[in-house]
Design a protein around this ligand. Structure first.
Ligand SMILES: Cc1cc2nc3c(=O)[nH]c(=O)nc-3n(C[C@H](O)[C@H](O)[C@H](O)COP(=O)(O)OP(=O)(O)OC[C@H]3O[C@@H](n4cnc5c(N)ncnc54)[C@H](O)[C@@H]3O)c2cc1C
Length: 413
């Protein structure tokens, strides 16, 4: 059983660090868990859940601390921080990696690289995982073979296609509404490769439509070679076939998403039958000045054109679009958040839904799954956690509880 001293309670001097020290977004939430605990084993997680049940508390979970909306920080809950639960073990014979959920993609791939292997990313698997080369290799969660979990009753179980298969189905797409706590992922890894290259082109803003139309053309994105050979003239900067590697790309990602900054993100799957470049014009051409904000369009085709395996994850289109609004000073909070709201209010009218990973349900709710999958997922939430022990989707006022999200567009404008 958990000993009370291992919990950092709200009146402890270490509380503030335990509450938000590992939250990536510097825009700190105004929410206060009752206490924080950092178990080192699955048994420790199970004990923490049993204690929370005895005390009548919900549990919230933190793995990497990277959710933009700080979903792990919940009022009056017992926050189970998995930072110290560490597991990273490759079975070379079967090609299966066991990894604890707080392992970042970078650490995971550094380890695998020493064994000539790689995985298309890490701790975001519950919501699908848009990893390296997602459009061709598919969702990272498709490579999850099993998950070890602690249930809302504090029981330790394995979920796979043969055991507790309904919870395994939910573990691939439920995101922060998964009604249990994952303590280990069993992942299928792939062979690594050494020949990585990238090309970069920068054009002046007035070329926006020409460039977006060219980029969205399937022939142009088919490969870097074609991009290099067919790109429109007038680029301010061109860098073609620069040698790269996973570690160089992780470095670039860290520069684009610096620590110690304030963030808000939103995203949409733009419907296939719309002029996506035109729909996204405002987003790409009016980024708030003096900030490090960026907009991203990502082709999901051909992944988006294939029938997905049967799992909760079910929302996709050819065009993934996301806004990452990045700034440093609290005085810019209102300017940045209202810009995102304005842009998304227009974009969402041309969208089919959104990806959980870059969403904040306190700000904007939409469709995150196909309707039948959403219905099944919400029923599974009620089956596996009928009392709502595990904090689920953080909507406005944290009210969604065991019912989960409604899975419908709620237009902002
Ligand atoms: C810099 C940066 C880059 C990103 N890049 C990508 C990207 O390339 N592709 C992509 O798809 N997403 C990306 N994201 C989004 C990110 O994957 C999601 O925000 C994801 O939720 C982060 O996982 P985490 O474990 O760090 O989250 P945390 O903040 O630790 O947890 C968020 C919530 O997830 C649930 N959860 C976490 N761990 C568990 C668990 N073990 N068991 C049950 N529930 C759990 C809980 O509800 C928890 O509150 C990025 C985010 C950041 C900040």
């Amino acid at each position: 059983m958990v000993s009370a001293p291992s919990i950092v309670w709200r009146d402890s001097p270490d509380y503030e660090e335990a509450r938000i020290g590992r939250v990536f977004n510097n825009r700190r939430p105004d929410r206060y868990p009752r206490g924080v605990i950092q178990p080192t084993t699955a048994e420790g997680v199970a004990d923490a859940v049993k204690l929370a049940n005895q005390l009548g508390l919900r549990v919230s979970i933190r793995s990497g601390g990277h959710s933009w909306a700080a979903w792990s920080v919940r009022d009056d809950a017992l926050l189970i921080d998995l930072a110290d639960l560490k597991l990273l073990e490759l079975n070379e014979a079967s090609g299966t990696l066991k990894a604890s959920p707080s392992t970042t993609g970078r650490v995971l791939n550094e380890y695998l690289g020493t064994k000539g292997k790689m995985f298309a990313e890490g701790g975001f698997l519950l919501q699908g995982g848009m990893g390296w080369n997602c459009k061709n290799w598919g969702w990272a969660c498709e490579k999850v073979q099993a998950v070890e979990v602690v249930t809302a009753d504090g029981e330790i179980i394995l979920c796979s296609k043969d055991q507790n298969s309904d919870l395994f189905w939910a573990a691939r797409g439920a995101g922060p509404g998964f009604p249990a706590i994952v303590t280990a992922f069993h992942l299928e890894v792939r062979d690594s490769f050494s020949n990585v290259m990238k090309s970069t082109f920068i054009w002046p803003l007035e070329k926006y439509k020409t460039i977006m139309d060219w980029t969205m053309d399937d022939d142009a994105v088919a490969s870097l070679k074609i991009a290099n050979e067919t790109h429109p003239p007038g680029a301010i900067m061109i860098s073609m076939c620069e040698p790269s590697s996973l570690s160089v790309e992780y470095e670039a990602q860290a520069l684009a998403n610096p620590e110690g900054h304030r963030y808000t993100s939103d995203n949409a799957y733009i419907s296939n039958d719309t002029d996506a470049a035109e729909v996204l014009r405002e987003a790409f051409t009016t980024l708030p000045e003096g900030t490090k904000t960026f907009a991203l369009w990502y082709s999901m085709n051909p992944c988006s054109r294939r029938k997905l395996p049967d799992m909760a994850l079910s929302m996709q289109s050819d065009h993934y679009f996301a806004l990452y609004t990045v700034w440093e000073d609290e005085k810019d909070d209102e300017r940045c958040t209202s810009w995102v709201k304005k842009v998304m209010g227009h974009v969402e009218q041309h969208s089919v839904g959104a990806y959980l990973g870059d969403s904040d349900f306190q700000v904007r709710r939409t469709k995150f799954w196909e309707d039948t999958k959403a219905e099944k997922l919400m029923q599974l939430r009620q089956k596996w956690d009928p009392r709502g022990t595990v904090c689920g989707y953080l909507d406005q006022g944290d009210k969604s509880g065991v019912n989960g999200l409604e899975n419908k567009h709620e237009w902002s404008i």
